[in-house]
Design a protein around this ligand. Structure first.
Ligand SMILES: [Zn+2]
Length: 337
């Protein structure tokens, strides 16, 4: 018999004894006389069932009594919260604002106004000091003496004539030529060129070969000869320029430059003046070209035998255009030299 059963047995015995005692001594109580207040009173309805109840009810305390420690909850320590420190906020310093200086406004100077003059000055093409020799064709009194039309040539020509005359204005060509030549001189000087004038008055006596020699001795970069044209047909108009041919017996080596100079001036002149552009005339009959040792051109600005052009060339406005046109042509020539 197990220890537990032994206890149950003892308790049962005790209960049986008690029940027996109760059953034997309850008569008097019916009389309603309580022996003592507070005494253990068992209600009347104690019957068999009561016994059963008592008995059945007894085991409960038994349990409490039996200290047989029902294997106490082993309390297998639910592995106590190991408190594995939830990696405490390591407080890894949120990289404190390193205050990396937000590159302070470097104040990159917004391309300070370079003060580039808005009004572009006239092209300073001549700043390199290019030398332009200007020959205002003819003179007040022509010189019919003869001279070779080229170095060593047996062909003789008049040294210089007085040129033509405006058929409608009566203006002498030599006057018109000098007026435009002086305007051209002013423009070229303003643009930075060096300028030598073959003549500045009408009272000179310079043959065509002598004029060329002035340009040669000066070492001109270009020799520009200013003239006006004439034709038996008064309807003929327009501008043209002249230079030697590539087969010129005296200075064919200057053909390329002279041709380019002639074309550049003709283009610029006609663009500025709005006149008819005739052509570049290549000829080896001009003493003033044949004697040249520098690039040369003759500018025939217009026909004084044509009414429209004769009248135009007599105006200050058109004269200014002619001078500017020639200057622009010289600029163009040196830009591509
Ligand atoms: Zn002429």
């Amino acid at each position: 018999m197990s220890k537990r059963n032994k206890i149950k047995f003892l308790i049962s015995c005790i209960c049986v004894l008690c029940v027996c005692a109760l059953l034997g001594g309850c008569g008097d109580r019916k009389n309603g006389v309580n022996l003592s207040a507070g005494e253990h009173v068992i209600p009347e309805a104690t019957t068999a069932s009561t016994v059963d109840l008592t008995v059945t009810a007894l085991p409960a305390p038994t349990a409490t009594m039996t200290p047989t420690p029902t294997t106490a909850p082993t309390a297998t320590p639910t592995t106590a919260p190991t408190a594995t420190p939830t990696t405490a906020p390591t407080a890894t310093p949120t990289t404190a604002p390193t205050a990396t200086p937000t590159t302070a406004p470097t104040a990159t100077p917004t391309a300070a106004p370079t003060a580039t003059p808005t009004v572009a000055p006239t092209p300073k093409t001549g700043e390199e000091g290019k030398l332009v020799v200007i020959d205002a064709g003819h003179q007040r009194k022509g010189n019919n003496e003869k001279e070779p039309d080229g170095p060593g040539s047996s062909t003789l020509k008049a040294k210089v004539s007085s040129g033509t005359t405006g058929h409608f204005t009566g203006i002498p060509e030599y006057e018109l030529n000098l007026i435009v030549a002086k305007k051209l001189q002013a423009i070229l000087l303003e643009r930075g060129y060096r300028v030598i004038m073959v003549r500045e008055t009408h009272e000179v006596n310079l043959s065509n070969s002598e004029r060329a020699e002035i340009a040669n001795k000066a070492g001109a970069d270009v020799f520009v000869r200013i003239h006006a044209n004439a034709n038996d047909n008064s309807s003929v108009d327009g501008a043209e320029t002249l230079c030697q041919t590539k087969n010129n017996p005296y200075n064919s080596k200057l053909y390329e430059k002279s041709r380019k100079l002639s074309q550049a001036i003709l283009d610029a002149f006609c663009e500025e003046c709005g006149c008819r552009k005739r052509r570049v005339v290549e000829t080896d009959t001009m003493s003033g070209i044949n004697w040249c040792k520098v690039p040369v051109t003759i500018v025939e600005m217009g026909f004084m035998t044509n009414e429209k052009e004769d009248l135009l060339m007599a105006t200050e406005e058109y004269r200014n255009k002619m001078a500017k046109g020639i200057a622009d042509g010289i600029d163009a020539y040196f830009r591509t030299e």
